[in-house]
Design a protein around this ligand. Structure first.
Ligand SMILES: [Zn+2]
Length: 442
């Protein structure tokens, strides 16, 4: 009898623990925020009558739920009613002061770029899709204005750009234009190369137009109309590079290989190690699901005879720089980063935000993104959340086609039913793989 009682108590504790209400976010009872919304998500008992500030909340069959509450300025009290009692959360919303920093104009001054891969931007903001090109260290610039942490760069009569002050050094050197030395163009079976040389390093831009790619070098110290245009017609599937060696710029546009055996694909499982990525309603960590999908994609593609490299095969930290380095050092043709999405602090309707989206940065990767989006939504039955552009470090390189897949939303209760199911993981992996293969075969 005593034994039975102990067993019953153990069972009771086990049931209570397993089914207990668990909030993933917010983690604190008292919060100070500038966000417009408070985001609540976690796991409840599946049949639970859960309310937040009196609103009845949808709970998925596996217990996942999510809800956002619009915040007023000042104190907001949010009451969660669960089977286990009442929980009170406080959010104090402050409105951030908007500083309108004026643009200051000044006389033309000389500056040079401190290091390679420095972004030149179309607006004085360190965010979004405003990168025009990445300049080499030592590039000579003329600056004639300033706004906050940026200098305004003169490229030509009609073209200005912005560069972070920390990325350049102002100099008293006198003005002297770069001398044009020579220009050359060569055609190979799978690539076209144009070169142009100057006596000093100059700023450039790249425009990926409908039929061609235009590489423009500016020599504003000579005149504000001094621009050198190199145009290369682009093949259907292409990638390109700009390199600089002893004053010679080499602009190369190449065709992706037509043969699968000659194609190198880098599969990147997002996050890993101490970087968990998003945490889902049920408490699952994104890094683990990314790795499961990435491993299946890699296996699938290897069976099709492609040369496949993974940026990580275990639960380990890999920096964004190293992920890019692995792709470049292995002469990748395709780079696919695999992730799961979350709405984070962004004010969105948590129930509408579900499904698959594929991101690209360069136009050269758009068709690959579209192909993967089409195949994943078809194979895995996820909602089409669209092909979108974003400036993520791993998809910015132009040396290969690069996309980032967000297979489903970890913060959407309906999507949690998908990614926690191994069959769905297999279908999503097949969708990604077929999206890559179809793109290459076309
Ligand atoms: Zn992620």
């Amino acid at each position: 009898m005593k034994r039975l009682l102990i067993l019953l108590i153990f069972l009771f504790i086990a049931v209570l623990k397993g089914d207990c209400f668990e909030l993933i976010m917010p983690t604190e009872r008292k919060n100070v925020t500038t966000n417009d919304y408070a985001f609540f998500y976690g796991k409840a008992k599946s049949a639970e009558d859960l309310t937040i500030n009196g609103h009845s909340i949808y709970v998925a069959p596996n217990g996942a739920f999510a809800h956002t509450v619009k915040l007023q300025e000042g104190e907001n009290r949010i009451m969660i009613k669960t089977l286990y009692g009442l929980l009170l959360y406080k959010f104090y919303k402050t409105i951030p002061e908007k500083l309108d920093i004026p643009t200051e104009d000044f006389q033309n001054a000389k500056a040079y770029v401190n290091k390679d891969n420095t972004p030149l931007r179309s607006t004085p903001v360190d965010a979004g899709l405003n990168r025009i090109s990445h300049l080499f260290g030592g590039t000579h610039l003329i600056v004639n204005g300033s706004k906050g942490p940026f200098y305004r760069v003169v490229l030509s009569k009609d073209k200005e750009a912005w560069i972070a002050k920390k990325d350049v050094t102002l100099t008293d050197e006198g003005f002297y234009p770069a001398d044009f030395i020579n220009m050359n163009s060569e055609r190979f079976k799978n690539a076209m190369i144009q070169t142009i040389s100057f006596s000093k390093k100059l700023p450039y831009t790249i425009e990926d137009c409908e039929k061609e790619i235009i590489f423009r070098v500016y020599n504003p110290e000579l005149s504000d109309e001094s621009i050198y245009n190199l145009n290369i017609p682009k093949p259907a599937k292409y990638a390109y590079t700009v390199t600089l060696d002893e004053g010679q710029y080499t602009f190369k546009v190449r065709k992706l290989p037509e043969n699968l055996k000659e194609t190198t694909v880098v599969i990147d499982a997002g996050h890993g190690g101490s970087e968990k990525g998003a945490v889902g309603c049920l408490g699952d960590e994104e890094k683990n699901i990314n790795l499961k999908i990435a491993s299946l994609v890699a296996d699938y593609l290897k069976r099709q005879d492609l040369n496949v490299i993974m940026t990580r095969e275990i639960d380990a930290d890999v920096s964004l720089e190293d992920r890019v380095k692995i792709a470049k050092e292995n002469d990748a043709d395709i780079f696919v980063s695999i992730h799961l999405n979350s709405i984070g602090d962004v004010p969105m309707d948590v129930h509408k935000k579900r499904g698959t989206s594929v991101f690209y940065f360069n136009n050269s990767s758009k068709k690959l993104a579209e192909s993967i989006e089409r195949h994943v939504t078809h194979q895995a039955g996820t909602r089409d959340d669209g092909v979108q552009t974003a400036s993520f470090a791993v998809i910015r390189p132009t040396e290969y086609n690069a996309v980032l897949v967000e297979a489903a939303y970890m913060t959407n209760p309906m999507d949690t039913m998908l990614y926690t199911n191994d069959k769905w993981i297999q279908k999503a992996s097949k969708g990604i793989s077929e999206g890559i293969l179809q793109y290459l075969k076309k």
